[in-house]
Each structure stands twice: as structure tokens, then as C-alpha cells.
Design a protein around this ligand. Structure first.
Ligand SMILES: O=P(O)(O)OC[C@H]1O[C@H](O)[C@H](O)[C@@H](O)[C@@H]1O
Length: 547
């Protein structure tokens, strides 16, 4: 690292460190000359090349949401008052990926309760259904209106309300795009419907109805969020070398082209701790395709392995006001940045930076071509078309499944299988993705294996909860560079739960998602190990072997 330089303006401050300041300065200058910032603000569809033009043409309305979304604030506040007067104080959000990650961060910062149901794990779903139903409002959010997790959750809540003698129409609020199948069924059912701007993709939708409705109903100050975004807009739209969106985007893009293709994100004293998970979806789904991309690695703090120490393929970025913590870290790659801003400004800044990085890397930051393949494989499994997998061996409470071509014959222990998988990890660019298809509240302690595995391997390690990560890093795993090894953890639930009026249960669906995504990865020749435990009490056998 040769230098740190700072940019400050209303609503943000950034400092950067670079291996080679000239490489960075030249690139930012080029972006200024090409008028990329004002071009994005003017919704210029040509900035990502001819192949991306169609998609970009209908995906750039996020640039002006800080003004366009103002009209929603009063409507949401009025509905919130109605709910409170009716004694409804608990808000559950059913939604995946871009339809739930932003509200989770916004409500986390505001310190208001929002129950985010972004799972098909039967124990997790049941816990959400059984808690204080009499006081519950359910927001069902889906842009496409066709996401099976969200549809299943909606059905489960409709049945729970009906069984309790409560009219679902008094409790269910829907957020969707105009004309979606969900809009139609919601209108038929008499639900309150908020329509979002269809020219904003899911992961750029934080400041649309998708971010604002659940957050506002839960009690967060959404007008303040829009104010923060509005404050940073002039800086992001300016064709100048101090533009923070250009600078952060250029850093991520230039680092990526130089081989630093992992983005390690750490909180440095922010008031919005879940921000890493929101940025993870934005960056991974936007850039991870065509064998290219930036892999976000969300870590607990600047003291966590992968941040300190780091490896030569990692860019270290902190968010929050603690600049000293950021500067104390010395990235092995030489690439790093520190970004401090109010949450609304931070979100808009990263959206610009991601769009800019996409242009630098040479991908379309608005599509997600590999997400559908896992959904199709899951559907095939549920229809009975997918081959039912058999374990390679069973070790105590753990059944072990492996994709072809990497597990040595004669392996009989979980520890041996993990060792063999890690043996396939490339020392320069390899990463480990742990994917836990479990109850992310009850089984939260399993996430500790991230740090342990990062220490053990010295390589970037990500930890994601299934099916949540399928709508985030799942795109990168399948569409990004072929450098990962994958550990899936699945388990038998305490009790399964039917999906009302569907021919499958939640557990069958969750299993189909894990097996389906694993088969798509395996078909691409990516090594996959699945460890299936007989029950939540047996997870120790898995975490022990991964440490
Ligand atoms: O809002 P929905 O249409 O239900 O989509 C939820 C998620 O689904 C897919 O996985 C997309 O890749 C995500 O970008 C999106 O956020």
C-alpha cells in the first residue's frame, strides 16, 4: 500500500489505499472522460456494451429513487398507524434476495423488529408461524411474483390465519411488480397491494417499495433513508475524479482485472451491521458471470481471518466511521478502501460502484443468467425427474454425498472427505463456500466455521444460509470463475411442514434446492461435498470436521 487518499462530501466520506495510484487515477480519469457517472444518472443503456443494452434499458430507474419514492412515505405511514390501532405490532416479511435483504438492514439499524422469513426450512417457517400470530402483519414481497419460497410462505400464513379464525385480507400486504401473477392473486384475495417500479432490478430495489414498505410498517424512519440517498446524489452523478461511485467502482474493477477478485467486507463501527449481506447480493449477483466476477466475503470484523491476515487476491473494504481500524489493516494485495456514509447514501453509492465495476470488468451488471438453472434443477427434483442421490458413505450421524471426480476411493470419514475437498483448493485464487440449508436462527453457531476454515486454509471462505444465498452468491458460484470448492450442510428437521395446496412439503422443497444446486455445480465440474445430519443435535459432527 503506497498511499491513502480521502474524498469527502455531504453524506459520505471515503478513503482509499492502492498498490499503484496511477493505475487507479488513469482509470477514474477514463471514466470521467467517458462521462460514465452522468451517463448512468441519465439511464444511458449503452454503457455496458451492445449485449447488455436491452436489459440495461429497463434496469436503471434506481438512480432517481430518492425522489421518485417520496410518494410512498405517507401511504406507508398511514397503513402503519392503521395496524398499530388494530393492535398489530409484529411484522413478518416473506421474501427472498432483493426482496428482503434491504429491509433487514434498514430495520436492524432502526432497532425495530422485523421477522425476515427468507427460508424454506420447515422448523424456521414454523417458528415464524407460531409466534404471536394474533398481533402479526405479513408482508409478501416478490418482484416476479413467482418465487417458490415466497409463494410457499404466503400459503403457510394464509392457512395459519384461516385456522386461527383471522381474515388474511386484514393481515397480508403484498409488494410486487405491476402485472405479476402475485398482483393478480392478491387483488382477487382483497389484499393491500403496493406496486414497485418494474425498471429496477431486485438487488437495486432497496429504495423502492421493496425496501420501504416492510421497513416503514415495522417502524423505521424511511424518509431519513431517502434523505441520505438524496444528499449523496449530486456527488455520484458528477463527471469528476472525486466522484465516490466512480472511485469505488474503479477500485473494484481495477483490482479485479489485476487478479484481486475477492472483496472482503468488514464492519468498522457502523450502525448497520447487516450491510455486508446486502452488499454481498448486489456485488455477487451483478458481477459473477461469464467466468468473471467479484466474490464478496463477509466477515465479522476487521480482526477476522481473510481480513487480517488477508491473501493476495483480496480487496479489503470496511464500512462505518472507524477509519483507524481500516487504515490499520494492510491488505496483502495492496488494494483497500474505507467507506463511511449514512445507510441510504451507502446503498446508492454501492449501486453506482457496482454498475461502474461491471463496465470495467466487462459484464452486464443487471442480469443473473445462472440463478434459473438451480431453480430448474429443484423443480425437476420435486417433479420426481431428478435422480435421488445415494450417500457415498455414512459416518455416524452424517451421510456423505460427493460430486464425481475428487473424493478418493476408500474414504470413510467426514474428516477425510473434508480434507480431500480442501486438497482441491487452488492456493492462488481458490475459495471455500459453506452452504448451510438449515434454520439460521436455531443453528446460528454453525457460522463460526467460517473463521475456523479461513484460518485452516489461509483462503477466502464464505458462509451462506440456503436457500437465501441462492439469490445472492449463488449466481457467482455457478457463473463466476471456476475456483471454488463447495460444502453443503443439510439436515433432517425436527418436524416437516406441508406447503398448503402444493404437492410437496417444506423439507422436500429445501432438499430439492440443495440437491438441485449441487447438481448444477457438479455438472460444471465444481467439487461439491454434501454432509447431511440426522438432526439439529448432530451438527457438532460437521462443525468439528470443518475446523
Ligand atoms: O423478488 P423476487 O422476484 O421474488 O426475486 C427474489 C430473488 O430471486 C432471484 O434469485 C434473483 O436472482 C434475485 O435477484 C431476486 O432478488
Amino acid at each position: 500500500m503506497t498511499a491513502w487518499s480521502a474524498t469527502e462530501g455531504e453524506g459520505f466520506s471515503l478513503s482509499f489505499g492502492y498498490r499503484d495510484e496511477r493505475a487507479y487515477a488513469d482509470l477514474v480519469q477514463q471514466l470521467v472522460t467517458d462521462r460514465v457517472a452522468s451517463g448512468i444518472a441519465a439511464r444511458d443503456r449503452t454503457l455496458w456494451g451492445p449485449a447488455a443494452e436491452d436489459e440495461a434499458g429497463k434496469r436503471l430507474a434506481w438512480v432517481s429513487l430518492s425522489t421518485e419514492s417520496r410518494g410512498l412515505v405517507d401511504d406507508i405511514a398511514a397503513l402503519q398507524v392503521e395496524h398499530r390501532e388494530a393492535g398489530l405490532s409484529r411484522v413478518v416479511l416473506c421474501g427472498m434476495g432483493g426482496s428482503s435483504l434491504a429491509p433487514e438492514v434498514i430495520c436492524g439499524e432502526a432497532g425495530v423488529e422485523l421477522v425476515v422469513l427468507d427460508s424454506s426450512d420447515p422448523d424456521f417457517v414454523r417458528a415464524a408461524l407460531e409466534d404471536r400470530l394474533a398481533e402479526t402483519v405479513v408482508v409478501v414481497s416478490s418482484k416476479s411474483g413467482g418465487t417458490v419460497e415466497t409463494d410457499s410462505q404466503r400459503r403457510a400464513f394464509e392457512k395459519a390465519f384461516a385456522d386461527a379464525g383471522i381474515d388474511p385480507a386484514t393481515r397480508i400486504v403484498v409488494v410486487t411488480d405491476p402485472g405479476s401473477p402475485l398482483e393478480e392473486s392478491a387483488r382477487d384475495a382483497g389484499y393491500r397491494v403496493f406496486l414497485a417500479d418494474p425498471e429496477v432490478g431486485g438487488r437495486y430495489s432497496a429504495l423502492t417499495a421493496f425496501g420501504l414498505v416492510p421497513s416503514g410498517l415495522a417502524g423505521a424512519d424511511i424518509a431519513r433513508l431517502l434523505d441520505q440517498a438524496e444528499a449523496v446524489r449530486p456527488a455520484l452523478e458528477a463527471d469528476g475524479v472525486d466522484n465516490p461511485g466512480l472511485r469505488l467502482g474503479a477500485l473494484l474493477g481495477a483490482a479485479n482485472l489485476a487478479g484481486a477478485d475477492k472483496l472482503v467486507l468488514a464492519d468498522a463501527g457502523s450502525t448497520y451491521p447487516g450491510f455486508g449481506d446486502w452488499a454481498e447480493q448486489l456485488v455477487a449477483e451483478s458481477t459473477g458471470k461469464d467466468g468473471k466476477g467479484i466474490l464478496p466475503v463477509v466477515v465479522g470484523s476487521v480482526a477476522a481471518p481473510n481480513f487480517s491476515p488477508s491473501s493476495a487476491d483480496e480487496v479489503l473494504v470496511t464500512f462505518g466511521p472507524d477509519a483507524a481500524a481500516a487504515e490499520a489493516a494492510r491488505p496483502a494485495s495492496g488494494w483497500g478502501a474505507h467507506v463511511d456514509a449514512g445507510l441510504g447514501a451507502q446503498m446508492l453509492l454501492w449501486e453506482y460502484a457496482t454498475a461502474v465495476a461491471g463496465r470495467v470488468i466487462g459484464i452486464n451488471p443487471f442480469d443473473q443468467p445462472d440463478v434459473e438453472s438451480a431453480k430448474a434443477a429443484a423443480r425437476e427434483m420435486l417433479d420426481g425427474g431428478g435422480a435421488s442421490p445415494t450417500p457415498v458413505f455414512v459416518d455416524g450421524p452424517v451421510s456423505v454425498y460427493a460430486s464425481e471426480g475428487w473424493l478418493p476411493e476408500g474414504t470413510t470419514t467426514v474428516a477425510g472427505a473434508v480434507e480431500a475437498l480442501l486438497g482441491h483448493l487452488d492456493g492462488e485464487h481458490g475459495y471455500v463456500a459453506v452452504q448451510a440449508y438449515l434454520d439460521r436462527h436455531r443453528d446460528a453457531a454453525l457460522a463460526d466455521v467460517r473463521d475456523a476454515l479461513a484460518e485452516r486454509t489461509g483462503r477466502p471462505v464464505t458462509f451462506g444460509w440456503g436457500p437465501r444465498f441462492l439469490h445472492s452468491t449463488g449466481q457467482y458460484h455457478k457463473g463466476g470463475p471456476d475456483t471454488g470448492v463447495y460444502v453443503q450442510v443439510t439436515g433432517d428437521p425436527v418436524a416437516d411442514l406441508a406447503v398448503p395446496d402444493r404437492p410437496f412439503t417444506f423439507h422436500e422443497f429445501l432438499t430439492a434446492q440443495a440437491v438441485g444446486d449441487g447438481s448444477v455445480l457438479a455438472d460444471k465440474g465444481r467439487p461439491v461435498l454434501r454432509l447431511h445430519v440426522t438432526g439439529p443435535g448432530e451438527l457438532g459432527a460437521v462443525s468439528g470436521a470443518l475446523r
